[in-house]
Design a protein around this ligand. Structure first.
Ligand code: FES
Length: 107
């Protein structure tokens, strides 16, 4: 199973085994990773599942669609080049080792 590492704002990190086909948000919620609220449950309408994707993995991800892009413009923490909504990222074997940072705040 692919392993995803979530890094908290205090620098602590947690590596979590993820199921192929699940979203990164679902992976975090199931593992009780702090800092991802996912208020809309993954329907791309709340932006409280914001993460910063490590540069090394950005090229492996599909581009954010228009809806995700619009929501990223309104995230509570600074939008950066690696900003993505984790409910829109699907786990695959290719993403094994994916490293994500949790933003300062989600709402
Ligand atoms: S969970 Fe709401 S936009 Fe991702």
């Amino acid at each position: 199973m692919p392993v995803i590492t979530f890094i908290q704002k205090d620098g602590s990190s947690r590596a979590v085994e993820a199921k192929n086909g699940a979203s990164v948000m679902e992976t975090a919620i199931h593992a009780n990773v702090r800092g991802i609220d996912a208020e809309c449950g993954g329907s791309c309408s709340c932006a409280t599942c914001h993460v910063y994707v490590d540069d090394a993995f950005l090229h492996l991800l599909p581009e954010a669609d228009e809806m995700e892009n619009e929501l990223l413009d309104g995230v509570a923490s600074e939008r950066r080049p690696g900003s993505r909504l984790s409910c829109q990222l699907t786990v695959s074997a290719q993403l094994d080792g994916l490293t994500l940072r949790i933003p300062e705040m989600q709402a």
